[in-house]
Each structure stands twice: as C-alpha cells, then as structure tokens.
Write a new protein. Structure first.
Length: 284
C-alpha cells in the first residue's frame, strides 16, 4: 500500500516502476487516496498501476475532515480486481454506468462479487455533498482544484522556508511540511508553537505527523483559501518564528492566552477524561 502524494507532501515519481515490481511479484497494488485532492483531474490512478484505491470524499470533495469524522471512502478497482468487488457495486462498461445490487445480475454482467460486507450507505450527507461539489465544478473545475491546492501549499512553503525549516528540498504537492529545526535551542516545542497560533485566530496545523519528521508541522491549505487569507497566515507564522528565535519563551509556554480554555494535560485528558454536564440555573 502506498499513499501518493505521500504525507510529506511529495509525489512518488517512480510509482509506475513500483507498481510493475509489485505485479511481477504476483501481488496487487493498493493506493491510499488520502491526498487525492493534489492530483484529482490531473492523474488517473489506473494509469499509475493502482489496482485498488479508496477515495476520501471527506478530504478531496469539500467535506471538512477532523474531529474523527465524518468520513467516507468509495473504493475503486482496476480490471484485475473489479470482478471481485463486493455488492453493491457500480459497473462501467460499454453501456455506461450501472448499479448492481443483485448477485444474479452481477454474474450475468461478468463479475463475481462475494456478496455484501456490511451496510453500505455510510455517511450519506458526505456522499450528497461530494456529488454536488463534483457536479458544480465539472471536469475542468476539479482539475483546477488540484492546481490551486498545490499552488497554495507551495506559496506557503516558499514564503516561510527562510524563517522556518523544511526537511525536504524542492516544491511540494498540496501540503507544506516543516520541522522543528528552526526552534533548536529556543526551549520552544512544536506544540508550543501550535498553541500560540490559537491566540492569533488560527486552528493549529497538524503536528508531530508524519512521524518520520522530528517535530513535524504539516500545513494543508488546499484549494479553499484566498490569497488574502494565506498572506495573513504567512505573516502570523513569520512573526511567531521571529519571536521564538528572539527567546520570548513565556509567549509560547503560556499559550493560548486568549482562548476560552487554557492548555490541558493532553495525555491525562485522553487517558482519564472527566466529562461533566450541569443543568443550567433557571433565569430569575
């Protein structure tokens, strides 16, 4: 299984060679569609040698992703695996697209599914929203989605790499990745830096992921942010980087200062959550 582009924001250029090696070994090649919005409308996964891929509707087609959901991921197959897809399945042949739900009908169409795996409706709201998004954009619009997402990430990367540290050289895909090297000897951690962003009105970026990058800060603006918003974000990030290097430790260790809730002991909160609800007092 391979994610392309990967979580470092890099496109694996040898993916066809990798797929050929997997097939020569008698295996099938699975692709994680988590970062599909970087290449949607630009690349056909089947041309890369992919045999199976789940497409994250909640990341590629407009539905926000976070807080554990909602998520939905239809799975697509190459000709090598299409005949074994579970029911219900969407078949594309000379007659166009057809939804097959009956085993006998499927067999008559030349496919041999093993039946149903589970209830298949999933997050219906995610499907409806994704379909509306696709229809409103059209093929040319979806291609632009990928181009805008990649442009936004590279704009952030180019605008910050002189004051922050990037672990990889060259352009990125739809997400810009930084590490904590620029915070070395400041006493400030990636977590501190992310908490300070809250005081500036921004939800922090993904931190400490991917795991192979120490103190990772993964910024994914996608296609939805305007240049005005990106410029404001870049200005805030540059300001925080300058403050951190100047040794303003209290600014970061006490963050967030302006949020309704201060910093939690996150390890304890995860392992021993305390959940309370009190009946509000009636207005006198």
């Amino acid at each position: 299984m391979l994610t392309n582009p990967n979580t470092c924001g890099l496109f694996e250029r040898d993916i066809v060679t990798i797929a050929e090696a997997v097939h020569e070994a008698g295996a099938y090649f699975y692709c994680d569609g988590a970062n599909f919005n970087a290449i949607v409308g630009r690349v056909r996964p089947g041309d890369l040698g992919v045999d199976a891929m789940h497409i994250n509707l909640h990341k590629t087609f407009s539905t926000p992703h976070g807080g554990g959901g909602p998520g939905a991921g239809p799975v697509v197959f190459s000709q090598l695996l299409a005949a074994f897809a579970p029911l219900p399945l969407l078949l594309h042949d000379k007659n166009g697209f057809r939804l097959l739900e009956d085993p006998a009908e499927a067999k008559a169409s030349g496919v041999t599914p093993f039946g149903r795996m589970c209830a298949f409706q999933g997050q219906m709201g995610t499907f409806v929203r994704a379909l509306a998004y696709m229809l409103s954009h059209g093929a040319d619009g979806l291609k632009q989605v990928a181009e805008d997402a990649v442009l936004s990430a590279n704009y952030i990367l180019a605008s910050l790499k002189d004051v922050m540290s990037a672990p990889y050289e060259g352009p990125c895909m739809h997400e810009a990745l930084f590490d904590d090297e620029f915070l070395k000897d400041t006493g400030i951690t990636t977590l501190d830096f992310a908490k300070a962003l809250i005081d500036e009105g921004f939800h922090p970026m993904t931190i400490y992921f991917p795991l192979i990058v120490h103190g990772a800060m993964l910024i994914e603006p996608t296609e939805t942010e305007s240049k005005q918003t990106l410029d404001r974000y870049i200005a805030v990030m540059r300001g925080l980087a300058v403050e951190a290097k100047a040794g303003n430790i209290a600014r970061f260790k006490n963050a967030p200062l302006r949020a309704p809730r201060r910093r939690l002991d996150e390890t304890l909160a995860a392992r021993k959550p305390v959940l309370r609800w009190k009946q509000p007092k009636a207005a006198e």
